[in-house]
Design a protein around this ligand. Structure first.
Ligand SMILES: C[S@@+](CC[C@H](N)C(=O)[O-])C[C@H]1O[C@@H](n2cnc3c(N)ncnc32)[C@H](O)[C@@H]1O
Length: 272
């Protein structure tokens, strides 16, 4: 395990050490490194369903879509934010809710960052291993990170949970949290197909609490064109996948091409 990573046991909170087969603490709690390379640090008591997080089918759709490069501007935004705000030229970074690992792998490569990718979905961590073997992929929950206090330079939450207290705990003073969320007009054209009426919700960011100050908050908009298979994959990456009615799904299946607005927000918070 990279020496830059300081992990703690999810059961007793003592430091974790590692060899080539497992991570372990001095209380003999031991966590095997799976054949694919990830480590499951999610104790059963923190597991609220049998297979929490995104399913394999959703993860595969996400991988196909992200590999198409359609969301590259989002990737550039997070990389630029880390380069500008992280307090180290090789920032130790945790990508929380990393899914199948696309952004984590990009952050590691483009920011020269030693990276930990964390997701509550075991299928996510397993799939992410094929992105980059030098990233430490963990199954764990964002609400109780198996990471020592004040040990990271950067935390990223790409369309995933933002938990200010827990993220502040693991960041060093001066470390940055980069959060990417969707804007009000994100995928408006897709929503028009899916819903009878589309209400524009004004989404507010999660309050950042007293441990952070806000260094940046910017909204970006760009357009993409998708063919039918791209649309199906994109739908599976969104919460609309769970809500879409049968007749609307059929309408979408008949759509050969759709031009879409992509709107996202980048918030950068600095640990005080
Ligand atoms: C919308 S996906 C985003 C995935 C990835 N960041 C991306 O943009 O491609 C949200 C991810 O958060 C994960 N997730 C949900 N709840 C979580 C939790 N409590 N702790 C860690 N990950 C969680 C899901 O399994 C899923 O992979």
């Amino acid at each position: 395990m990279n020496e830059a990573f300081r992990l703690k046991c999810p059961i007793c909170g003592n430091s974790l050490a590692g060899d080539e087969k497992r991570l372990f603490c001095r209380n003999s709690h031991s966590f095997d490194i799976a054949r694919q390379g990830y480590v499951n640090l999610l104790p059963v008591q923190n597991k609220h369903s049998l297979n929490p997080g995104d399913t394999k089918e959703m993860l595969l759709a996400r991988r196909r879509f992200l590999d198409s490069g359609k969301y590259d501007p989002i990737c550039r935004s997070v990389v630029d934010a880390i380069k500008q705000y992280a307090p180290s030229p090789a920032p130790v970074t945790a990508d929380i809710g990393c899914g199948e690992g696309y952004y984590t792998a990009m952050i590691k490569r483009l920011c020269a960052a030693p990276c930990i990718g964390i997701d509550v979905s075991k299928d996510g961590a397993r799939m992410a291993c094929s992105r980059d073997k030098d990233i430490l992929w963990l199954v764990a929950t964002a609400s109780s990170l198996p990471i020592e206090n004040s040990s990271l330079d950067a935390v990223t939450a790409m369309f995933s949970l933002f938990l200010p207290e827990e993220y502040a705990r693991v960041l060093k003073k001066g470390g940055c949290a980069v959060e990417i969320t969707v804007g009000n007009r994100h995928l408006a054209e897709l929503k028009k197909i899916i819903y009878e009426e589309v209400f524009e919700q004004d989404k507010h960011p999660v309050p950042c609490g007293g441990s952070f100050y806000e260094a940046e908050f910017k909204e970006h908009t760009f357009n993409i064109g998708l063919d039918n298979s791209g649309l199906r994959d994109l739908l599976m990456m969104t919460p609309h996948f769970w809500r879409i009615r049968k007749e609307k799904r059929e309408a979408l299946e008949q759509t050969d091409h759709l031009d879409l607005t992509v709107q996202y927000r980048v918030r950068v918070l600095i640990k005080k």
